[in-house]
Design a protein around this ligand. Structure first.
Ligand code: ADP
Ligand code: TZD
Ligand code: MG
Length: 578
């Protein structure tokens, strides 16, 4: 052995084996599974995780509140079919994010909330640690799955389990707990590399049973008045071509649920949206594609529906079938595979809507459209929901690529009916829970992963739940235009306190609020619109600029109805007044 060979051998022996730590393993595990964006709020113990992710090429979008970060992650998951990632700090930060994970689970959006947590030994004995909370168990009832990693060598498997749980079957919100000591723990780099898991085929195709397809086709063939209802599960499935092909081949009228608007354009001749209550009551065979018979569809029961309607239901979740009404022909599988199978077996001419049915729908649509046109043509001063939304609609008709985020009560209900959608997955709204507070989070998530401008049409109350994210929008320079329907309150702005005293009524907000100044504080452009012309002009200018903007859109305080279109859900039906 020469002297130099001896020296090399000695150096090898002296070198300690390379080590890594939990932070690096988490980032490596995420990168290995193509995670490219994290939405979150930094702090102990995950600040360095956010920094490291950024260093390693993962985009970190820092929010002002975890709920908005979680909502952004959820909508990113819905749009991309990849779980959106939300990163939060322990206890309060975790709980702030949990609302968004629960909402994602309710809506079937794939997301993972990853949260740092405090020292397990202290938490479990309730000895009072900094931000002490048993987070995994707190998350369980509100998530599709909740996991905790207790050894650094398990980080890879933990991330893999979270990904698979979030997007396989019916997607949902998943919680992954990473205690601070695991993040800081060291591990032999070689062991760490081998502990990583690349998730293969995380959402495998689920081919339906052939006999379920024959049963569905048989029932469809027997229908005189068939109807297809498209839900956000159909939009999520990205089976756009198959859905269009099935509908156009058979000529069956369809009704899109709010987030399925645009799967086929709203001005498609087969859309029965303008005759909604008529078709629900009259259809003899209804085919649900990725839509649940929950409250949004009157649970499929009379008086909204006929008692004799027979149902076909396409859904990935077997336990959804018969949840509200007997389903004569369940097709359990993923929508894309199921529609492909249906199209393969569909015999030309075997399924058709009768011309009497199509004529009756056309007549009803005409009638309702005329009634709507009269409302839309009016130019009240101040603006009402119809006139303001008409102005927005007429600008957006030229921008089908724009995402529309919509929340509020009247602002949501009128918005859904008046703003037409022309492309799939462009309408993002309060969803299954009818939740307020998704506005800015969804807008940011869509702008970041969708790469297109966003117009968020939000009630003045709804906006307040996530309004501070205007700073986030401006910090990242996102092309988001927030239009606040300022009617001075929840539902209406004219309620008075009937119980005496000087406090405002519970539903009242400040009518005189100059919301546009909020965005100016962060360098964005604020507009104040009191008529349809200025509304259309400012929206057009804001869209052209591609920069953050906010339009304070002044609406008549008397224009809305209590609870929007959900008056029937008010226990008293009408406002309680002494
Ligand atoms: P909407 O509110 O638009 O009516 P829902 O959220 O109530 O829609 O229903 C969506 C349904 O779609 C859920 O029951 C869900 O299990 C189902 N779903 C989601 N993704 C898929 C998919 N890829 N294939 C089949 N069904 C799906
Ligand atoms: N809190 C949360 C998280 N979600 C909710 N849905 C509500 C409260 C209750 N709520 C509604 O259901 S709509 C709404 C609230 C507070 C706001 C309606 O007022 P708005 O819209 O200004 O947003 P309109 O246009 O004035 O009706
Ligand atoms: Mg309002």
């Amino acid at each position: 052995m020469t002297t130099s060979q001896l020296e090399t051998t000695m150096t090898d022996q002296l070198q300690t084996p390379a080590v890594t730590d939990g932070f690096h393993i988490v980032v490596d595990a995420l990168k290995l599974n193509a995670v490219d964006t994290i939405f979150g709020v930094a702090g102990i113990p995950i600040t360095d995780l956010a920094r490291l992710a950024q260093t390693e090429g993962i985009r970190f979008i820092g929010f002002r509140h975890e709920q908005s970060a979680g909502n952004a992650a959820a909508i990113a998951g819905y749009l991309t079919q990849k779980p959106g990632i939300c990163l939060t700090v322990s206890a309060p930060g975790f709980l702030n994010g949990l609302v968004a994970v629960a909402n994602a689970t309710t809506n079937g959006f794939p997301m993972i909330q990853i949260s740092g947590s405090s020292n397990r030994a202290i938490v479990d004995l309730q000895q009072g640690d900094y931000e002490e909370l048993d987070q995994m168990n707190a998350a369980k009832p509100y998530t599709k799955a909740a996991f905790r990693v207790d050894r650094p060598e398990d980080i890879g498997i933990g991330v893999a389990r979270a990904i698979r749980a979030a997007i396989s079957g019916r997607p949902g919100g998943v919680y992954l707990d990473l205690p601070a000591d695991i993040l800081g723990a060291e591990l032999d780099a070689d062991v760490a590399v081998h502990s990583l898991v690349h998730v293969v085929d995380p959402s495998p195709r689920q081919i339906p049973a052939p006999e379920s397809i024959s049963r569905a086709l048989e029932l469809l063939a027997s229908a005189q008045r068939p109807l297809v209802i498209l839900g956000k599960g159909a939009a999520y499935a990205q089976a756009d071509q198959e859905i269009r092909s099935f509908l156009e081949t058979t000529g069956i009228p369809f009704l899109p649920m709010s987030m399925a608007k645009g799967l086929l354009p709203d001005n498609h001749p087969q859309s029965a949206a303008a005759g909604r209550s008529f078709v629900l009551a009259q259809a003899d065979v209804v085919m649900l594609i990725g839509a649940r018979l929950n409250w949004l569809l009157g649970h499929g029961k009379p008086p909204q529906w006929s008692a004799t309607t027979r149902f076909i239901q396409f859904d990935i979740s077997p336990t959804e079938i018969d949840s509200n009404r007997p389903i004569a022909a369940p097709v359990v599988g993923d929508i894309r595979s199921a529609l492909q199978a249906l199209l393969t077996d569909l015999k030309p001419g075997s399924v058709r809507a009768s011309s009497a049915w199509l004529d009756a729908i056309a007549q009803r649509k005409r009638l309702n459209a005329e009634r709507m046109a009269a409302h839309l043509a009016a130019t009240p001063d101040p603006m009402d929901f119809y006139s303001a939304l008409r102005a927005i609609r007429d600008v957006l008709v030229n921008r089908p690529d724009v995402y529309v985020v919509n929340e509020g009560a009247n602002t949501l209900d009128f918005g859904r009916n008046i703003i037409d959608m022309y492309e799939p997955r462009k309408r993002l709204d309060s969803g299954t829970w009818g939740v307020m507070g998704i506005g800015m989070g969804y807008a940011i998530g869509a702008a970041v992963v969708g790469g297109k401008p966003v117009v968020a049409i939000v009630g003045d109350s709804a906006f307040g739940f996530s309004g501070m994210e205007l700073e986030t929008i401006c910090r990242y320079g996102l092309p988001i235009i927030t239009i606040i329907f300022n009617n001075g309150g929840i539902y209406r702005g004219d309620d008075i306190n009937h119980n005496g005293g000087t406090d405002p009524s519970p539903t009242i907000l400040m009518k005189s609020a100059r919301y546009e100044k909020l965005i100016e504080a962060f360098g964005g452009t604020g507009y104040y619109a009191t008529d349809t012309k200025s509304l259309a002009n400012t929206l057009t200018a804001a869209l052209a600029s591609g920069k953050p903007a906010l339009i304070n859109c002044v609406i008549d305080p008397k224009a809305g109805t209590e609870s929007g279109h959900l008056t029937n859900l008010n226990p008293q039906g009408i406002p309680v007044r002494k």
